[in-house]
Design a protein around this ligand. Sequence first.
Ligand code: MN3
Length: 235
Amino acid sequence: MSEPTPAFSRREFLRSGALLAASTVLPAFCFRAHAAAAFELPPLPYAEGALDPVISARTLSFHYGKHHRAYVDNLNKLVAGGEMASQTLEQIILASAGRAERAALFNNAAQVWNHTFYWRSLRAGGGGKPSGALAEAVERDFGGYDALRKELSAAAMGQFGSGWAWLVKDGQALKVVRTANADLPLVHGQQALLTIDVWEHAYYLDYQNRRADYVAAVLDKLINWDFAAENLAAA
Ligand code: MN3
């Protein structure tokens, strides 16, 4: 009986992902222990109660533990044994975008990516204003933080139904964009810097129908400008 193949430790995997990202234009959101392994639900970067009271532990428990997990589980079922079984998450997203016969694959793969990115776009004690090179780019492309905040808020409020508001790098410029359902900047040639989930499941338990209150609280108290700055530096 042979020993099971040792899985990469998460640290080693993240490092190999970073090396992969450095050699391609794709971010390191792979989430496989090795090429043929199932995708894993990436760990939350904080405890479920860390964002309380802006986002309650109850919301995070459902949003991460049920919604995000279901996207990962569905993705694994959809790729099992097929031609996508050893592709990275980004490869699957790009190969299924805009193809009606692969809509379920795209939706689940993209939602795995989007949620992993969203958790990292938030932090306890976030909010405030960007600094350094990100602040300079915001000044250049929006005329300052207040205008950027207004655009992000308008994008989050203007998305009819389910979707996402994003700060992206598009070519050499920063832009605010919104996407519907599972759509994401990656398939539009843009580099995501941060995102806000505006699906109702992101806020309904805490804010019911008051999306504006959720968006304002996230922008003022949770948004992680350091994460956006790291993404800009890597873009
Ligand atoms: Mn969501």
